[in-house]
Ligand binder design. Structure first.
Ligand code: TRP
Length: 452
């Protein structure tokens, strides 16, 4: 347990509150929007298996480590790494890891907010009955219209950024905690309804087969990297978000147990989203590899045909908005905590600066779907580039640093003291964090570079 009992930003009111907030951070667009579309692009079952392996063998131990570092440091990620490095007698340059995270958060929120804006646009589309009795072609046209309109996307992106800043301004207990309590269970329930619909859609068996029958010939090094990167992304790891949340965690809470709940809930939501979406893809002869528009081109078909679909559609996109919001606040929190602690800003001003910067980047991301879609770097438009850079490179790199620091640099006695695990549990974690997680990340990187 830490000596310092509390961060200057406040603390969670209970362990349950922390679980809710961390689950809120983990469950978001990553589970419902990204997981299905990258699974579709990477051939299904084999990709899902690699992803599940990465969550269990790399994600879980690193999450335990990241929360632990946060709770011990009790500051923003940069200062936390700095003071923990001093405590461990390690190089003070470990603080750069905190910097990497802060830049990563800025880059992620720049596009995350745009996609969250799409889901807000779809709230209105459900409400006004635009999915009613439509076929796959109509639904695709709706999505293409949205993509072609910078004005609409910028409008919703702006609304979403404002909502994020509003919640973050209110701080730990007021803003972050309250929003998650009812929303997560409600989202879960709606996903179950969608799964039930998918079962009756005629494509159920094909969908399940696609998701769970692995054909390893369908994946290459880049697919493995995407699966690994997504394990970090979906658990909010590798950039200090969960570290900051950990810094608000009361001292007596079991970090390992908490991590299992969060990772378990996160995985179930992603799999349910996949089970709801792929049957629709096959029943309607859509393309599994359709890309970022996948959920927007499939789920409205279900809403347009089921009884009361406008209401379910409305609820679904409202909940997706909230799921995105409880994630976006965690993406921006490290930067806000840093501005408050080190730049002496009020929380309010800090939110305005950090939020304003992400907003501006988001506008450029909107253009990458229309007027700038021809501008490419490494064959990727701005959205794809940011996604690749953050999820596939920066997060695993940040995670690698966390694993090396927690496993090798920090005094084992300190880690043991924080984690309070039974001896076998601690040894298992130590083995994963010292050997399995870092070598896996390293090997995947080498593989992608073509060295291996
Ligand atoms: N995990 C969230 C999702 O799946 C996104 C997210 C929130 C995130 N905080 C993060 C991703 C920190 C990377 C780092 O939608």
């Amino acid at each position: 347990m830490s000596d310092k009992t509390q961060s200057i930003h406040g603390a969670w009111s209970s362990r349950f509150a922390f679980i809710l907030a961390a689950t809120g951070s983990a469950v978001g667009l990553g589970n419902i929007w990204k997981f299905p579309y990258i699974t579709g692009q990477n051939g299904g079952g084999a990709f899902v298996m690699v992803y599940l392996f990465c969550v269990a063998a790399i994600g879980v131990p690193i999450m335990i480590a990241e929360i632990m570092l946060g709770r011990r440091g009790r500051q923003n990620p940069i200062n936390t790494m700095q003071s923990l490095a001093v405590e461990a007698g390690a190089d003070p340059r470990w603080q750069y890891m905190g910097w990497l995270g802060m830049v990563g958060g800025f880059l992620i929120l720049g596009y995350y907010s745009v996609i969250a804006g799409w889901s807000m646009a779809y709230i209105v589309k459900s409400f006004t009955g635009q999915f009613f009795s439509s076929d796959a072609g109509d639904i695709k046209a709706l999505f293409d219209d949205l993509m072609a309109s910078p004005i609409q996307q910028i409008f919703w992106h702006t609304v979403f950024m404002l909502a994020t800043m509003q919640v973050v301004m209110r701080g730990v207990q007021g803003g972050l905690e309250k929003s998650v309590r009812f929303l997560m269970p409600a989202l879960f329930f709606l996903l179950l309804i969608l799964v039930a619909y998918a079962m009756s859609s005629g494509g159920y068996e094909q969908g399940i087969e696609f998701l769970f029958n692995p054909d390893f010939s369908k994946i290459d090094a880049d697919a493995v990297l995407t699966a690994m990167g997504h394990a970090f992304f979906t658990l909010s790891l590798g950039m200090g978000a969960i570290m900051v949340y950990g810094s608000y965690l009361p001292g007596h809470v079991s970090i390992a147990k908490t991590t299992f709940y969060i990772a378990g809930a996160d995985t179930i939501v992603a799999l349910l989203a996949g089970i709801a979406i792929f049957p629709l893809v096959f029943a309607n002869h859509l393309e599994a590899a359709a890309g970022p528009g996948l959920i927007f081109q499939t789920l409205p078909l279900a809403f347009g045909h089921m009884g009361g679909g406008w209401l379910f559609g409305l609820l679904f996109f409202v909940l997706l908005f909230f799921a995105a919001l409880t994630s976006s606040i965690s993406i921006i929190e490290p930067a806000v905590a840093w501005l408050v602690e080190n730049k002496d800003l009020q929380r309010r001003e800090a939110c305005l600066w950090a939020g304003g910067a992400c907003w501006a980047l988001g506008v450029a991301v909107v253009f990458s779907f229309n007027i700038w879609s021809e501008h490419k770097w490494f064959d990727k438009n701005l959205f794809e580039l940011l996604d690749y850079l953050t999820a596939n490179l920066m997060l695993p790199l940040g995670g690698l640093a966390i694993a090396v620091f927690a496993g090798w640099k920090m005094k084992p006695a300190h880690a043991e003291q924080e984690l309070e695990l039974p001896p076998q549990g601690f040894q298992a974690w130590q083995f994963l964090i010292r050997y399995v997680a870092p070598t896996s990340v390293f090997l995947v990187f080498l593989h992608v570079l073509g060295v291996l």
